[in-house]
Design a protein around this ligand. Structure first.
Ligand code: SF4
Ligand code: SF4
Length: 302
């Protein structure tokens, strides 16, 4: 009997249209070696269930304080405060919460169960030229699981894409390559030292993987550039990033304007968001850079 692995996942999003061509299902896997200050999915950075608390839904009954079996919830100025390091995830507080203010994100699911969900939309993939995208977090963090899912998708004829930071041993990328139709590969900066300093990732490894993957399958790569004011939103930085991408033979790049859609999740997780004063970028503000990318022979989308 086939033994299927268990994955740490956040969710399977159906009918996604921004994670590759056509109509897709996106599997969000948990775990990431990077800590980008602008990350819109902070709940994906580590594996396991995360307790989320939405203050606006809280009616301040303090029932959660009373029921927590280990005293991980205390009251402060009439509101509950959660000690997430002590929380054992028993769910008792959630079960008594009248406002629906407490939730958990993150669970474990076997790969065959994930593929069963994906198979519900197989007709949409076929009709629209879509498929399945693996995102995160960094999908390569759970490489054995990712590989199993890729093989299962290939057996079913689904188009596959991976959104990756590129921060993984080369051997993983090489093994995945035959089963991946599209790599949505982050290029956050041209300077490897900057990547180390700002994101905590391994900049040299990321850049080496990008170049090596491009030498084997440039046509399978779309470079993705998150454009973040105060970090890489200058003409000089973007020119150098375009030059780096083009020098590796990659022809497609997406500019991802900075957005603040994930900001509330930080407070729900009891964390601070350091870019609170940074404003969202509009597509219009990046349109000049799209034209600039063409100077480097790149087909640039925003
Ligand atoms: S049980 Fe729910 S509504 Fe009551 S204090 Fe706790 S979080 Fe707020
Ligand atoms: S999940 Fe359980 S341990 Fe964690 S805060 Fe709620 S009641 Fe306490």
């Amino acid at each position: 009997m086939t033994q299927y692995r268990e994955a740490y996942i956040m969710e399977v999003e159906r009918f996604a249209i921004h994670d590759g061509p056509g109509i897709r299902s996106t599997v969000f896997l948990q775990g990431c070696p990077l800590r980008c200050p602008w990350c819109a999915n902070p709940e994906s950075q580590t594996q396991g269930p995360h307790l989320m608390y939405q203050a606006r839904k809280c009616v301040r009954c303090l029932g959660c304080v009373q029921v927590c079996p280990i005293g991980a919830v205390t009251a402060f100025e009439g509101r509950p405060q959660f000690d997430r390091d002590r929380c054992i995830g028993c769910g008792t507080c959630k079960s008594v919460c009248p406002g629906g203010a407490i939730s958990y994100i993150g669970s474990r699911m076997r790969t065959d169960a994930i593929v069963q969900i994906l198979s519900r939309d197989a007709a949409y993939y076929r009709e629209s030229g879509g498929g399945v995208t693996f995102s995160g977090g960094e999908p390569f963090v759970q490489f054995p699981v990712l590989y199993e899912l890729l093989v299962l998708c290939r057996e079913r004829g689904y188009h596959t894409a991976i959104e990756t930071t590129g921060d993984t041993p080369w051997e993983n990328m090489e093994k995945a390559l035959p089963f991946v139709d599209l790599f949505l590969f982050d290029v956050k900066h041209w300077n490897a030292g900057w990547i180390d300093r700002v994101t905590g990732g391994n900049g040299e490894r990321i850049q080496a993987n990008f170049a090596r993957l491009a030498s084997l399958a440039a046509d399978k790569i779309t470079a993705r550039i998150p454009v973040i004011p105060g970090y890489n939103y200058t003409e000089d930085d973007l020119r150098r990033i375009f030059a780096l991408i083009a020098s590796c033979g990659v022809k497609r790049a997406d500019l991802l304007p900075y957005h603040t859609l994930g900001v509330d999740k930080y407070s729900e997780l009891g964390r601070k968001y350091s870019l609170r004063s940074v404003k969202m970028l509009s597509k219009k503000e990046l349109s000049g850079y799209r034209d600039m990318g063409r100077e480097y022979g790149l087909q640039v989308e925003i």
